[in-house]
Design a protein. Sequence first.
Length: 66
Amino acid sequence: MRFTSLSQKIPDLGVTRALRKMAARNARRRSIRQMESLPRSLQKDVGWPDIARRAEADDQQLHQWM
């Protein structure tokens, strides 16, 4: 069977959930890098330390799932 893109084949492979989780993790990491580049005063204003702890806990749960 020929297909034009991998996105057409992904549902057949049964990996949709894993790919969505990986994309979410990558987006979190990207936002973490952006947050870390802010000045310290702004990081505290937006609650960065709490956000970082929650993201780390989410990543640990994801690794246990995989």
